[in-house]
Design a protein around this ligand. Structure first.
Ligand code: SIN
Length: 282
């Protein structure tokens, strides 16, 4: 059965005594789901996984989802590449704090990344524990955010004129297969949600994908979102993850924000990713 060793940081545990290249037993899968509810980020070092293994393992946490804004790799409908070539000069993909596709009506519960080509320096992924961020909030701010409904959108990131608009000068030469937004998508979710697995409240997503608060004037909403954002990414709630080749990481998008980091200019970086929907959501 898997053994969980907490990272000692704001979230995350290293998981050993498990081989992800083999089908997992129901007991092992249940232990991993419980571990994710508790630690929010699970790190599996020294795993040797094929694409089929990655897909099968991902279904321990829910149903495989497609990524409307990525072209999948050949031979899979569900696996996308997070890729950056050594000579690439485009901005690092996913460098802003976010919760994956939080603008969807049914957002992913989890995301899985498997490291293939890891640079010798830089390229860490940061995770911010949103249960902790909410719990540490001053009482008056808690009162102001409780019950608010946030408006999430693709527009600023994948929409026309957004970060990943292919006509954007900065996007020229990106090696990743990002698909521009054909049809901007707006969705609403509570700003603070109770996690279905662990019952704890957490902020869900942040500025970038969240553009507005229902019933609030935009200027006021942006000011409040900025104020909260500072608490959401405070050093005290962040786990810095250092990658190794053949390492697999799963995180809970309902519990953490994440962001990529650079610092590996002149080196390539390649990971394979699945996005995991709640089981039986369709
Ligand atoms: C992502 O946002 O999925 C990318 C994370 C990373 O490249 O570290």
């Amino acid at each position: 059965m898997p053994v969980f060793t907490p990272t000692g940081q704001a979230c995350g545990a290293v998981v050993t005594e498990i081989d992800l290249s083999n089908p997992l037993s129901d007991e092992e899968s249940a232990a991993l789901r419980a571990g994710l509810d508790e630690h929010h980020v699970l790190v599996f070092p020294e795993q040797s996984m094929t694409n089929d293994d990655l897909e099968r393992f991902s279904t321990s946490f829910g149903d495989l989802g497609t990524d409307p804004w990525f072209v999948p790799i050949d031979g899979s409908d569900y696996i996308a590449e997070i890729r950056r070539d050594a000579d690439e000069t485009t901005p690092v993909f996913g460098e802003g704090w976010h919760s994956d596709w939080s603008f969807l009506d049914t957002p992913p519960v989890a995301t899985c990344l498997y490291g293939l080509d890891i640079p010798p320096v830089g390229g860490d992924t940061l995770y911010a524990n949103q249960h902790l961020a909410y719990e540490r909030l001053p009482d008056d701010l808690k009162t102001r955010v409780d019950g608010l409904q946030a408006v999430h959108t693709t527009r600023g990131i994948y929409g026309k004129g957004g970060q990943h608009d292919p006509d954007n000068e900065r996007e020229q030469g990106r090696s990743m297969n990002v698909v521009p937004d054909q049809d901007p998508f707006d969705g609403e979710h509570p700003l603070v949600r109770r996690h279905e697995g662990n019952g704890r409240p957490a902020f869900f997503s942040t500025l970038g994908y969240i553009q507005d608060i229902v019933g609030m004037d935009r200027t006021e909403a942006r000011a409040l979102l900025k104020e909260i954002h500072a608490h959401q990414i405070a050093d005290e709630v962040v786990y810095r993850h250092r990658w190794e080749p053949d390492m697999c990481v799963v995180w809970d998008n309902r519990s953490v924000l994440h962001r990529a980091t650079g610092g590996y200019e002149g080196h390539s970086r390649l990971l394979r990713r699945t996005t995991i929907l709640p089981a039986n959501a369709a």
